[in-house]
Design a protein around this ligand. Structure first.
Ligand code: BG6
Length: 314
């Protein structure tokens, strides 16, 4: 499952199936997919987003990894378990949830979509647990993005299940060498490049000079990604997601990733609010909630220092 705010044919896009498309305006958001056959009609809405409408003859083929947007990692983050990397949810078709159980009302948010994922019989062979995964994607008036995941154990055999989770958020940055992260200093982390060994980060904000693949543990609810060149700061606020993965493949690794351009590592950074160290366990009937709020704010950068207080506590 990949969410992308801006859509184009080669990237993720909002797709309406035949019979569901333009007429009743209920597009289904799908992962980045490859389409084979069928008829595809593209249409731009007033915001310039591209909507695709595909005939029912089209076949969707999931690509595995998704390079952009916010793939959902569930029921497993990374290789922390025996399932395929990052779990299967990012490569499944999600349906629009017409009648979700209510969420607390936020009067500032008027635009949202509710999606639902339930396991198929094939999924149950890989991970033998019934669940309902509800995702609300909401936009605030200034373009802030709010994601609320609710995962419920609907097993009828009385069995609990455990999972790990992440919003695999890709950020577009001007130049990775000019970016720093505040909020993760002094945190413990698992280093995926060193056999998941545990280390402690130093006291300074994180800067990037080489490949990084770490899972920071028990992190604060607010993390800031400061892009000096663009004078823009992404602020992440999270709830129910103690950990945060940070990933950039850098030059050498990028060259080994087929769907990653050799230079693309310079303009991306993944900071992924997650629950990894302590898997979430749910008994039948129990529900877990994980929230992410993302905003982009202009950052004032002067005399080599950004006011961290403004970013982290503002
Ligand atoms: O290529 P994928 O499956 O999307 O994974 C990309 C990266 O995602 C990160 O979250 C992981 O920590 C990395 O180990 C992984 O390489």
């Amino acid at each position: 499952m990949n969410l992308s705010m801006r859509c184009s044919v080669s990237r993720s896009c909002i797709i309406g199936m035949e019979g569901q498309g333009l007429a009743n305006k209920t597009p289904v958001v799908l992962p980045k997919v490859r389409l084979y056959g069928g008829q595809v009609t593209s249409w731009k809405n007033e915001q310039g987003d591209e909507l695709l409408f595909v005939s029912s003859k089209a076949i969707f083929k999931s690509p595995g990894a998704i390079r952009g947007g916010i793939p959902i990692c569930f029921p497993q983050f990374g290789t922390h378990g025996n399932l395929e990397k990052h779990g299967f949810a990012r490569n499944r078709l999600w349906l629009v949830d017409d009648n979700p159980p209510p969420l607390p009302v936020n009067t500032g948010i008027k635009t949202y979509a509710d999606l639902i994922l339930k396991p198929s019989e094939e999924d149950l062979k890989i991970w033998p647990h019934r669940f309902e995964f509800r995702l609300r994607v909401a936009l605030g008036p200034k373009g802030d993005l709010f994601l609320t995941s609710r995962i419920r154990n609907t097993n009828t055999d009385g069995k609990p299940f455990s999972f790990t989770f992440a919003y695999h958020t890709y950020f577009s940055v001007s130049d990775i060498s000019e970016v720093r992260i505040e909020g993760l200093e002094t945190m413990d982390y698992f280093d995926n490049l060193k056999g998941k060994e545990r280390f402690t980060e130093q006291g300074d904000a994180l800067v990037f000079e080489s490949e990084i693949d770490k899972v920071y543990l028990d992190t604060p609810p607010k993390i800031a990604i400061i892009d000096h060149e663009k004078k823009r700061t992404f602020v992440l606020r999270k709830d129910g997601l103690p950990d945060a993965a940070v990933w950039n493949p850098w030059e050498r690794r990028s060259k080994t990733i087929l769907d990653f351009g050799d230079e693309e590592y310079k303009h991306m950074l993944c900071v992924e609010p997650a629950a990894v160290e302590k898997p979430i366990t749910l008994k039948p009937g129990e529900e877990w909630k994980g929230r992410l709020e993302l905003s982009a704010v202009p950052s004032s950068y002067y005399s080599g220092q950004l006011d961290p207080d403004k970013v982290l506590h503002g």
